[in-house]
Every structure is written in C-alpha cells, then in structure tokens.
Design a protein around this ligand. Structure first.
Ligand code: FAD
Ligand code: DHB
Length: 388
C-alpha cells in the first residue's frame, strides 16, 4: 500500500516516541514504524535514571502522571571505594536538582499509551530507506511504501537508518571497553535509599532500584561472558564483596528473576543528517551506561529535531535543520566525556598500568574531598542545561 506522511519515524525507543509526541503537539503529521511488538518494547529492561530536564519535559507533555506517583526521587548518589561511602548531595551541589529513577520501559509504556494508535505500526518487517537525497524520501516495508518529507532514524545502534548513509560520507568515532555489565533484577527490599556506585579491586558494582520490592544491580564482567557462568550464588557473592564496607550496612538478597549482559562502547556518528534523513539517539551515538546518559541524550536530540521541523513547517525556514547536527553534537560530546570519565574512574581495567589505577584512586579521593569536584560531577549527572 502507498501512503504519505510528513515525518516518517523509524523506531519506538525513547527517541522515536518522544519525537512523535513533540511533532503531534506542533500539529505535524508523523508515523512511527517499529519492527518489534508492543509487548516486546514494553518489557525490554534497560535504563533507569532520568535527568531533571527530561522529567520536566515529560511532565510538560502531560506524560508525567504515573512517573510522579511511581518514580523514585533521590537526593544524590553514593560513591563507595576503599570500604568507605561518600554521599554526594545533589540538591545542595546543583541548586535543587535531584536524581529520578524510573525504568525506561515504564517511560515507553507511558509514551505509547498516550499516542493515537494509528500513529504507530508495530511488527513492521524489512524496513529500508530510499531517495534520501531528494525532497521525497521513502520508507519501504514488507507491506507499504511511505512517502515522507523527512525521515527520523530513531532505530538504535543496529537499525537500518545509519547504514543507509553512504559509508564514505560517515564520520564516526569509537572506543570499545574491555568489560561489560551483568545486570539483574531481584525481588528484594532496598538495601540503600540511593544509588551506590562502587569501585573495587574485583571490579565495578552498582546498586539501583525499581520499586520497594524490586532492586536493580549491575556487576562489571567480561563482555563475552556467558550468563550460564553466573549462578545466583556467584552473583550475590560478587556483589557482597564489591559493595563491602566498614559501615553498618548490608546488601539485602532476594530471588533473581532477570539477568542480562551488555557490552560497553562509546560511539559518535557526527553525520547526523544525510539529505532528508536525520539520525537521533542511539542510532547516532552510544555511551557506556555508567553516567546514565543514553536515554537523556536521545531525548535531547529529538527536542532539537522537533524544533527544527516545527520551524520548517511554520515558515519554510531550513536554518535549524541545517544546524541540527552541530547543535546536538555539542551536548553529545559532553555526554560522551562524562560517560567515559565515570566509566574509567569506576571500572577495573586490566589493560591499564598500575600507575593509571592509582590516578583513578587519587581522582576519587579528590572528588569526595573537594566541593568543586563534586559540583562538576553532580551538574553533569543531573543533566547540563537544556531548553525545551
Ligand atoms: P532504542 O531504545 O534502541 O530504540 C530503537 C528502536 O528501534 C527499538 O525499539 C528497535 O526495535 C527499533 N528498530 C531497530 N531496528 C529497526 C528496524 N529495522 N525497523 C524498525 N524498527 C527498528 N540511559 C540513560 O539515560 N540512563 C540510564 O540509567 C541508562 N542505563 C542503561 C543501562 C543499560 C544496561 C543499558 C543497556 C542502557 C542504558 N541506558 C541508559 C541507555 C539507553 O537505554 C539508550 O540510550 C536508549 O534506549 C536510546 O534510545 P533510542 O530511542 O535512541 O534507541
Ligand atoms: C541504572 C542504570 C545506569 O546506567 C546507571 O548509571 C544508574 C542506574 C539503572 O538501570 O537503574
């Protein structure tokens, strides 16, 4: 079937769905195409931390009701190393900003539920992009041919959008880390009232939360490791060791009902625009999860894109479309820097010399003893200023 839409969006991750909402609010017609089913996208376990402005954006779009009721709002994070804990007081350090923990798939559920059903097509197969260097790019699927004014490639790192850009036009930067995260969900009451980021001789560990009954935890592991090697006993044993402290604190255990391993990379595709194709979110950039930035960077991209498209449809001006990549990349590189910093600061990397390891320890000592250093970490963690 042949169809026509102003903006064709590929992917129902945070980038694609938020863009659909922003365009709908601006009166621009959009259609979102997703290869997976609604059940799949609503149950994929990923991010947890939202920047303050992302929360404010969701609320301003009328999408924050459940978030306000069910999210966890923390007054900072704890850094743990050398058997000691150090609380960073974010409201004091940032002029009132806090940490919001609300699972990505809950954001996805809220975004999907609030879009008209005819704006999303799930289970779409064989998506391909054509005519990107013309005024009428087309998305072909197994069943449809959709003529668009613009295509937004919001299809994540492995999607077809970035691959539709000629290889010789792509300008990319990448570094791959020699470790990954084993993430678990456990039916256990909270062990602590905020997130604990731990650096330990045995490797990094992170304690996060999902609800009063469910805790989210991560352990640094080999990215090629097999989940079969990680029995529940081994996971708890590692977590106890890596989160050890001389304080009166203990980790609460409970049945583990979900496990996965993710590899870690930093990646930036600076070619975020190719003709009438605009890349947003993980399609254009990846950060290691230690800084909790990925979802938030995806949201920032589509705010910039929606503003540019709104201007184009309101008065025919292409200036904001022309500056889209440059505008986004400023924030993206800052997010890349912070995510790389938090990752190298907190993980054990056997490829590093002992000297570098001691530098990381000195850095941690500096952070917890300097108000200025804490402020720098906190302002990045809660999110750099973003107008929307
Ligand atoms: P995605 O969420 O990847 O969405 C892309 C969509 O496109 C998918 O639904 C996919 O099915 C669809 N798609 C792909 N190919 C096709 C195709 N051929 N046709 C149609 N559709 C297609 N970020 C944070 O901000 N805070 C955190 O605390 C955080 N923690 C994380 C923890 C972990 C363990 C991981 C793995 C990630 C974490 N992130 C975090 C990163 C965050 O999850 C991603 O950055 C975010 O999902 C990016 O959103 P997106 O919309 O760009 O892409
Ligand atoms: C979570 C994920 C992160 O990447 C992070 O830095 C903090 C928390 C989480 O899933 O809760």
């Amino acid at each position: 079937m042949k169809r026509k839409v102003q903006v064709g969006i590929i992917g129902t991750g945070p980038a694609g769905l938020l863009l659909a909402h922003l365009l709908k609010r601006a009166g621009i017609e959009a259609l979102v195409l997703e290869s997976r089913s609604r059940e799949q996208i609503e149950s994929t376990i990923r991010a947890g931390v939202l920047e303050q402005w992302t929360v404010d954006l969701l609320i301003s779009l009328g999408l924050g009701e459940r978030l306000k009721r069910e999210a966890h709002f923390h007054d900072g994070i704890t850094l743990r190393f050398g058997r000691g804990s150090h609380h960073l007081d974010f409201p004091e350090l940032t002029g009132g900003k806090r940490v919001t923990v609300y699972a990505q798939h809950e954001v996805i559920k809220d975004l999907v539920a609030a879009l008209p059903a005819d704006m999303i097509q799930f289970g779409v197969k064989n998506v391909s992009l054509h005519g990107l260097d013309t005024d009428h790019p087309t998305i072909r699927t197994a069943e449809d041919e959709i003529d668009c004014d613009f295509i937004a490639g919001c299809d994540g790192f492995h999607g077809p959008s970035r691959q539709a850009i000629p290889a010789n036009a792509l300008k990319t930067y990448e570094t791959v880390y020699p470790f990954g995260w084993l993430g678990i969900l456990a039916e256990a009451p909270p062990s602590h009232h905020e997130l604990i980021y731990a650096r330990h001789e045995r490797g990094f560990a992170l304690l996060s939360t999902r609800s009063p009954e469910v805790q989210r935890l991560y352990i640094q592991c080999d990215p090629a490791d097999d989940l079969a090697n990680w029995s529940d006993d081994r996971i708890w044993n590692e977590l106890h060791q890596r989160l050890e402290t001389d304080e009166d604190w203990s980790l609460t255990e409970g049945p583990i009902f979900q496990k996965n391993i993710v590899a870690m990379r930093s990646f930036v595709c600076e070619t975020m625009r190719w003709g009438r194709l605009f890349l947003a979110g993980d399609a254009a950039h990846i950060v290691p999860p230690t800084g909790a930035k990925g979802l938030n960077l995806a949201a920032a991209d589509v705010v910039v894109l929606a503003r540019a498209l709104t201007r184009f449809y309101a008065d025919g001006k292409e200036d904001l479309l022309d500056t889209y990549a440059a505008t986004c990349l400023e924030r993206i590189w800052r997010g890349e820097r912070f995510s790389w910093y938090m990752t190298t600061l907190l993980h054990r990397n056997d490829a590093e010399e002992d000297f570098v390891r001691r530098i990381h320890m000195a850095d941690l000592d500096y952070v917890v003893s300097s108000h200025a250093a804490q402020q720098a970490l906190a302002e990045n963690y809660v999110g750099l200023p973003m107008a929307f």
